[in-house]
Ligand binder design. Structure first.
Ligand code: FRU
Length: 537
């Protein structure tokens, strides 16, 4: 397929060129947000990994600096893989990261680095003390040396620093615990923090959350009412978390839901991986950053000269139910909004759609919409044969399959003739007890006429009370990204799409209802989004 430069994102984090993967060591330091990321300086495919470095005042406008961490010592000479930052009590940051020590196999150890000059707010140079590195090695017979990586931000409890490193034992994914008194010498605790039969845990993340419904975040070393443990599963390439309790004396984590390890929650039901959170003291919030790979082919990535973006940073906090997190784009993204276009009190009868007109850049926009369903009577019965698998269900009942209550939602990045469109929608079912069950779905099957694209439907259930008929949707549209938030951030789906006609000025936005029940658009606001400073590109 032919890739248009107009498909390069406008306001999602991206370097000017080449390959990008995981966000690393996000932190707030002396008035600046720092973001490092896995980067290939030599091309648009994974390889030659260094830590590229960008700084920002608002997590939206980014200035690129020189790479901060790159192979320079024996214990990282074949690659500097993912890691995290911890702010020490005197205010200095420390970075811990995985180093590759052999050219033939990806033999992994953990390293530490400190700023060369802590009075530089831009933290441009880092030193890796030779007397300390590596700080952790995979002991023979105990740790699989090729699956031992991605140290977390450390937290201080009971006189010790602790940090996690992801790993696997057989098929059991786990988070090793390392302890230190001085942040320099680290020893492994006998028991992992937690484990589950999921395969390798990449990029673990572990953090406290304040009470249910409390929006404020907590520093990683503060005591939480609850804790969140997340791992990125190499096997499925998705990020999963559970909410639970942390026993600081035993250094063990226990998920609240005993079935939690097998019914884990996803941050995002689309293309979102290797995420990491940090505590932002400037706004007392916890912010989630994640990587979205391309869904395009490798030859196309090479032809474009770039691959990968990051999601818009999301504020996260514990839902009032205490069972899951809520996620919402950080408020700073709203500074990119132009004048709003609004629609209010418009009813969509079965099979109807309308265009949201007046947007100059429907290809780069932010849309917030509140729907109200007239009645749930027509909701389709929920078929247990789908195994509670939202993605499977949506794969069969896509946006063009007529339903009872829904599908209703948005067609984004749509061509004027509707040959191309990406549907973001809800569909309501009724389970065996008559209880409504809400499915949220992104259906990109019609997103492009180009061949060779990866276009699976993405879906998750939304644990929301729809008995009032009300549900909201927000979509951040950015040329080849559709990043959506259902019911105030209960269910999120980031999808990459590459239209062939619905590009630039030829992209439109519609609202549709393909169900049998009337759906009212109580309120819709849509904004053109300006382009922020994006690493000089
Ligand atoms: C996740 C990951 C990490 C690793 C890094 C290498 O995407 O595989 O486990 O540290 O990427 O770039």
């Amino acid at each position: 397929s032919i890739v248009s430069p107009l498909l390069r994102t406008g306001y999602h984090f991206q370097p000017p060129m080449n390959w990008i993967n995981d966000p690393n060591a996000p932190m707030y330091y002396k008035g600046w947000y720092h973001l490092f990321y896995q980067y290939n300086p030599k091309g648009a495919v994974w390889g030659n990994i260094v830590w590229a470095h960008s700084v920002s005042r608002d997590l939206i406008n980014w200035i690129a600096l020189e790479p901060a961490i790159y192979p320079s010592i024996p214990s990282d000479q074949y690659g500097c893989w993912s890691g995290s930052a911890t702010l020490l009590p005197d205010g200095t940051p420390a970075i811990t990261y995985t180093g590759i020590t052999r050219p033939d196999v990806n033999y992994q150890v953990q390293n530490i680095a400190f700023p060369k000059n802590a009075s530089d707010p831009l933290l441009r140079e880092w030193v890796k003390p030779p007397e300390l590195n590596p700080i952790a090695v995979p002991e023979a017979g105990v740790i699989n040396a090729t699956q031992f990586r991605d140290p977390t931000t450390a937290w201080f409890a009971g006189g010790h620093w602790r940090m996690l490193v992801g790993g696997v034992r057989g098929t059991r994914g786990l988070a090793f615990v390392y302890r230190s008194r001085d942040f320099k010498r680290w020893t492994r605790a006998k028991h992992p923090l937690h484990s589950a039969m999921t395969g390798m845990w990449e990029c673990p993340d572990f953090f406290p959350v304040a009470g249910a419904g409390v929006g404020n975040g907590l520093d990683t070393s503060e005591r939480g009412e609850k804790y969140v443990l997340k791992s990125s599963l190499d096997l499925t390439r998705y990020d999963y978390y559970t909410v639970g309790r942390y026993d600081e004396r035993k250094d063990r984590y226990v998920p609240d839901n005993p079935a939690g390890d097998y019914r884990r929650i996803r941050y995002d039901y689309g293309n979102f991986y290797a995420s990491k959170t940090f505590y932002d003291p400037a706004k007392r919030r916890r912010v989630l950053l994640g990587w979205a790979n391309e869904s395009d082919s490798v030859p196309d990535d090479k032809a474009k000269g770039w691959a990968g973006v990051h999601a818009i940073p999301r504020k996260i906090w514990l839902d009032p139910s205490g069972k899951q997190l809520l996620q919402w784009p950080i408020e700073e993204v709203e500074t990119l909004r132009g004048k709003p276009v609004t629609v209010a009190g418009k009813v969509l009868k079965p099979g109807e759609h309308f265009e949201v007109t007046g947007l100059a850049t429907a290809y780069q926009a932010d849309v917030e919409v509140s729907f109200e369903v007239s009645s749930l009577d027509k909701a389709e019965p929920f078929d247990p044969a789908y195994d509670n698998d939202a993605q499977k269900l949506c794969g069969v009942k896509g946006a063009d399959v007529k339903g009872g209550v829904g599908p209703f939602g948005l067609w984004v990045l749509a061509s004027g003739d509707l040959q191309e469109k990406t549907a973001v929608f809800f569909r309501v079912f009724k389970d065996g007890y008559g209880k409504p069950k809400v499915l949220m779905c992104t259906d990109p099957t019609k997103s492009s006429l180009s061949p060779d694209l990866y276009k699976p439907t993405f879906a998750g259930f939304v644990d929301t009370d729809i008995s009032s008929g009300k549900i909201s949707l927000r979509s951040l549209i950015d040329r080849s990204v559709v990043e959506s938030f259902g019911a105030g951030g209960k269910t999120c789906i980031l999808s990459r799409v590459y239209p062939s006609i619905a590009i630039g000025k030829d992209a439109h936005l519609y609202v549709f209802n393909n169900g049998e029940a009337d759906v009212k658009v109580s309120q819709l606001s849509a904004w053109d989004m300006k382009k922020p400073l994006m690493n000089g590109a």
